[in-house]
Design a protein around this ligand. Structure first.
Ligand SMILES: Cc1cc2nc3c(=O)[nH]c(=O)nc-3n(C[C@H](O)[C@H](O)[C@H](O)COP(=O)(O)OP(=O)(O)OC[C@H]3O[C@@H](n4cnc5c(N)ncnc54)[C@H](O)[C@@H]3O)c2cc1C
Length: 250
């Protein structure tokens, strides 16, 4: 049985430097960043955790913002982020404009938005950059067959337009290679050519979980979506709150 890497939820605030090695535009407002921790052979974390990035404003005041790690742990001290530009936001725009080769300062990993043991069939629910920690979890689960064997997993990802279905090729590949991974991207503002699911994530979550009270749910995104799905699962479906693990970005 393959178990999760040892959970690290330390309160330590040791500052580390990481250098940007790649910056890719995923949509006009969204970037995928790849970083390498300076002077380290390995950066250990549990899939789903976040880092706290620090940067001073021009007035010298230091700002810290949390960003979920968008990859599974690797052996070379690298990790990915997936982030949105926020209107008038300080750190998100600084990160999105960062030049490859620049270093940033962070502490972590932190957070409890991680896969629960014992693992059960699960539905992952994300909108927008809420996909970040879930990409790390799914990457980890499907890296080795024994991590997902005997379980069914669904990913319901909601966004407005087809061009903002982040990491679509990766999730389609996992779904093609694994009959126990079900990928459900859904668009709230689709064009006529879109043949897939439409509407909000909770419309599809309702169908997936109907008649099943033994699943886990991992939800990540802005609070409105997270709260709507928690309400659906708890009040409409009668789930226990322990079955629902969530991270809110705002
Ligand atoms: C645990 C955790 C993990 C996170 N992971 C990610 C991630 O992986 N990717 C990602 O893109 N973001 C993530 N966030 C959100 C991120 O930490 C910042 O809040 C966001 O990038 C805005 O920071 P800023 O300095 O640019 O904006 P600020 O200068 O703090 O805010 C500017 C304005 O934007 C509003 N605002 C703040 N945050 C958001 C938001 N998330 N969406 C819309 N409006 C907002 C504020 O109310 C304010 O009016 C995460 C948040 C948490 C708590």
């Amino acid at each position: 049985m393959s178990t999760l890497p040892q959970e690290r939820t330390t309160l330590e605030r040791q500052l580390l430097d990481a250098r940007l090695t790649k910056s890719i535009l995923l949509s006009p407002q969204t970037k995928h960043l790849e970083l390498k921790v300076d002077g380290a052979d390995e950066f250990r974390f549990v899939p789903g955790q976040f880092v706290s990035i620090k940067h001073p404003r021009p007035d010298g005041k230091e700002h810290t913002r949390a960003y979920s790690i968008a990859s599974a742990p690797r052996t070379d001290a690298t990790f990915d982020l997936c982030l949105n530009r926020v209107d008038d936001g300080f750190l998100s725009n600084w990160l999105c404009d960062l030049e490859v080769g620049t270093a940033l300062r962070f502490h972590g990993p932190h957070g409890l938005f991680v896969l629960r043991e014992p693992r059960k069939d699960a539905v992952f629910i994300a909108t927008g950059t809420g996909i970040a920690p879930i990409r790390g979890m799914i990457e980890w689960l499907f890296e080795e067959p024994e991590r997902n064997r005997g379980h069914q997993y669904w990913l319901v990802f909601g966004t407005r337009y087809e061009h903002s279905i982040y990491y679509r090729d990766e999730f389609e590949r996992i779904a093609n290679e694994n009959s126990n991974f079900h990928y459900v991207p859904t668009l709230s503002r689709c064009g006529d050519r879109w043949q897939g699911c439409q509407g909000y994530v909770q419309d599809h979550v309702r169908e997936i979980v109907a008649g099943r009270s033994d699943l886990q749910a991992y939800i990540c995104g802005l609070h409105q979506m997270v709260d709507a799905n928690r309400k659906l699962l708890k009040e409409e479906m009668g789930w226990d709150r322990k079955q629902i693990v969530f991270e809110r970005y705002d």
